[in-house]
Structures are given as C-alpha cells and as structure tokens.
Design a protein around this ligand. Structure first.
Ligand code: FE
Length: 133
C-alpha cells in the first residue's frame, strides 16, 4: 500500500486490505488473545522498526521492546510520539488509555503507567508488522 493512499477508505476496502483478523483489531478495536496473534512478533528480538499494519507508519523501535510477560508485544516508548494518539477508554468498566495510529487511526492497544517500571505500550501484534533494519 502506498502510505499516502489514505483518502476516505470504505469498510469494505479496509477489510480487503487488512484481512479479517487485522481488520477486527485495527478498525474495530478488537484485542487478540494473549500469546496468540503473530507470535513471531511477540518473541521477536531482531533489530528493526515496527510499523502500523494499517498504513506503514513507524510506531515503535526494537530497542524499546521488552518482554512484559503479558502475552502482547510491549514497548517502553514510541518511535515518535507524534505517531501515536492517546484516548481515554472506559469500555470495560475501567479507565484505560487507548492508543491508535495518528495517520490511519488504526487501533493499536493501550498504554499503561506501571509506576516504577515506567510506561508499557501494550500492542496487538496484529496491528504491527516488523521491518528488519
Ligand atoms: Fe496507521
């Protein structure tokens, strides 16, 4: 996909472009079950960039990735804070901070403040793809 080819995209086009699993997460704010999804991303320790699976924007860098034990790819920071938008999410009876891509609006996951250990960007692997650098 061309990064700039983002105009208004219909539901049907997104579905075709992303496939049902990625569509459910990125466009319908679904959450993949922990320790599922793209397990190669969960355990990936290679150097590179994690891009938005919706539009290709760089979201996270391998140097910020860590094993949180949560079952979802976790990052201590973003590649560029302008790439990620935060929004309050009260959907499951608790207050969480949802994160989405600033370019295509695709849902990524949530960011948690774990106190002494800092921020944890908890991201669906289906929202990402990895490019080795
Ligand atoms: Fe995106």
């Amino acid at each position: 996909m061309e990064p700039n080819d983002l105009g208004p995209i219909s539901k049907e086009k997104w579905k075709l472009r992303l496939g049902p699993e990625r569509y459910g997460v990125l466009r319908e704010k679904g959450t993949e079950s922990p320790f599922t999804g793209k397990a190669d991303l969960l355990y990936n320790e290679r150097f590179g960039h994690y891009l938005c699976a919706g539009c290709g924007q760089t979201l996270f860098l391998s140097r910020s990735k860590f094993n949180s034990g949560s079952g979802w790819p976790s990052f201590s920071g973003t590649a560029d804070d302008a790439a990620i938008v935060e929004e309050e999410d009260t959907s499951i009876g608790m207050v969480r901070t949802e994160i989405h891509c600033s370019r295509c609006n695709g849902h990524l996951g949530h960011v948690f403040d774990d106190g002494s250990t800092g921020l944890r960007y908890c991201v669906n692997s289906l929202s990402l793809y990895f490019v080795e650098k």
